[in-house]
Design a protein around this ligand. Structure first.
Ligand SMILES: Cc1cc2nc3c(=O)[nH]c(=O)nc-3n(C[C@H](O)[C@H](O)[C@H](O)COP(=O)(O)O)c2cc1C
Length: 443
């Protein structure tokens, strides 16, 4: 556990019936899909988060539509289940232009991608933002993602084998231009020393690259790396590559066990870097506890069973239209996310085993993250308690509605966390790495 809690905000950049909360289509104040007014909308969100000294903002992503439910995309289109979903990168650049310290973590699948062009894009964004980018590496778990680009999907573990090769090429690209290679000698007209610029030469089973890196590294050298794979193979990959591991666990006890298990695995694997885990939490605030509970009930009343099942089917790669809703959630085999299936089918506390119907509701209302509901004092106290009891690095906080829930948290919960001495009052440094890893000069 670090001496400070690290916080990311976790909104969606889709209409977002990811769950009943954060549902843009029902919220007239939401402008996520209102053309160019989106720019001002997201820049405002970024400024609010920076005012609250958040480490950063985090965006999940899936690079194609969900079509598992009933074997068709219709429900995803009808309810806006991660559809439409624009590429977040241009929006991130606009948010970076409106801020100076906030970090930007985003998900980019490597499923159908090649390292050289993808790294060119991500590293350019990192360079332009002076080192404020984080990349959540996902290996691509929806079949549609592969159908859309016309290639065969690899099976679960092979995707991680390919990902190992992908990362080897990325590292060679990031390390290929050391700082002292850039000369910028104005008198001699010399830009860089070719002897110091590395060459990439990787020939793997799945990927090859022979190249010279094109993008000068940002002040943080390489983006902060996130990973969320939680199967055995996924964890091994995460421990080899990620600076920060993102996980969803339903109870404090499950979170504690998860961190403990991951630390043991890290030791076995010989990882020297600390294991930093951030857990998803769903926040619902009110000025009294009763008001917060009522707000939660109001938000939950938006829940639609069919929408949730369709989204869950897409995320887990299982067609839930064919399964009895009152059967207990089991560890059904999943090519998409074994880790998530395991988390959702595990004990939710008190020895309770959830049915598929229960899981659909849990998913709709929080994607399996615990709800933290109450006054700012109660929410701050609970966040601190979870942090202390689990040994986690911090949290990825889901807002209920955007931007008002984010602003409410920044104005009312952050000052309490700061007064308790568990959250920064100033950024530790200029880069995302400085802040989220706590390696900045002010740390
Ligand atoms: C908390 C969490 C968040 C995830 N977010 C995404 C995401 O935004 N996009 C995506 O394609 N996959 C996402 N995944 C899927 C994982 O990256 C991974 O591909 C999937 O879980 C399969 O690996 P596993 O069986 O090792 O868990 C997420 C998984 C977890 C546990």
């Amino acid at each position: 556990m670090t001496s400070q809690i690290h916080l990311l905000s976790f909104p969606e950049h889709t209409e977002g019936v990811h769950h009943a909360l954060d549902n843009a289509v029902r919220d007239p104040a939401d402008r996520r899909f209102r053309g160019s007014s989106m720019i001002d909308y997201w820049q405002n969100v970024a400024r609010i988060l920076e005012r609250g000294k958040f480490d950063g903002i985090f965006f999940a992503d899936t690079a194609a539509i969900y079509d598992r439910y009933k074997g068709r995309p219709d429900e995803s289109i009808k309810y806006g289940l991660g559809w439409p979903r624009h590429d977040i990168m241009p929006t991130l650049a606009l948010m970076a232009a409106a801020t100076e310290r906030l970090g930007f973590a985003f998900t980019q699948s490597i499923g159908g991608a090649f390292p050289y062009p993808l790294m060119r894009l991500i590293s350019t964004l990192d360079f332009l933002s002076d080192g404020r980018v984080g990349w959540n590496i996902v290996t691509g778990n929806t079949r549609m993602e592969y159908d859309a680009i016309g290639i065969e999907a690899l099976e679960h573990d092979s995707r991680y084998d390919r990902a190992d090769e992908f990362m080897e090429i990325c590292r060679a690209l990031w390390d290929g231009i050391p700082r002292d290679a850039i000369l910028m000698d104005t008198e001699g007209g010399i830009v860089a020393d070719p002897a110091k610029v590395g060459r990439v030469d990787v020939e793997g089973r799945y990927l090859k690259s022979r190249a010279v890196p094109l993008v000068v590294p940002s002040p943080q050298g390489r983006p902060v790396l996130f990973q969320a794979g939680s199967s055995g193979r996924g964890q091994r990959f995460a421990l080899q590559n990620a600076d920060v591991i993102f996980a969803i666990q339903s109870t404090t006890e499950n979170m504690r066990r998860y961190v403990e298990q991951l630390r043991a695995a890290a030791e076995e694997q010989g990882r020297s870097d600390p294991v930093r885990v951030i857990f998803g939490l769903q926040i619902v605030l009110g000025s009294t506890e009763a008001e917060a509970r009522q707000r939660r009930e109001e938000l939950l009343s938006r829940y639609t069973l069919e929408a949730s099942l369709a989204r869950l089917s897409g995320s887990l790669g299982i067609d839930f239209s064919e399964i009895d809703l009152d059967s207990p959630m089991e560890e059904w085999p999943s090519q998409a996310s074994q880790g998530l299936v395991k988390a959702l089918s595990s004990d939710m506390g008190g020895g309770k085993r959830l049915t598929l119907r229960d899981v659909a509701k849990t998913w709709a209302t929080s994607i399996g993250t615990p709800h933290v509901v109450g006054t700012p004092e109660q929410v701050a106290a609970e966040i601190e308690t979870i942090w202390r009891n689990t040994g986690c690095h911090g949290f990825n906080l889901r807002p209920a509605t955007i931007p008002d829930s984010i602003e409410d948290f920044v104005d009312n919960v952050i000052p309490i966390l700061q007064a308790r001495g568990v959250f920064r009052t100033e950024y530790e440094g200029p880069t995302f790495r400085d802040n989220i890893l706590g390696t900045g000069a002010g740390a």
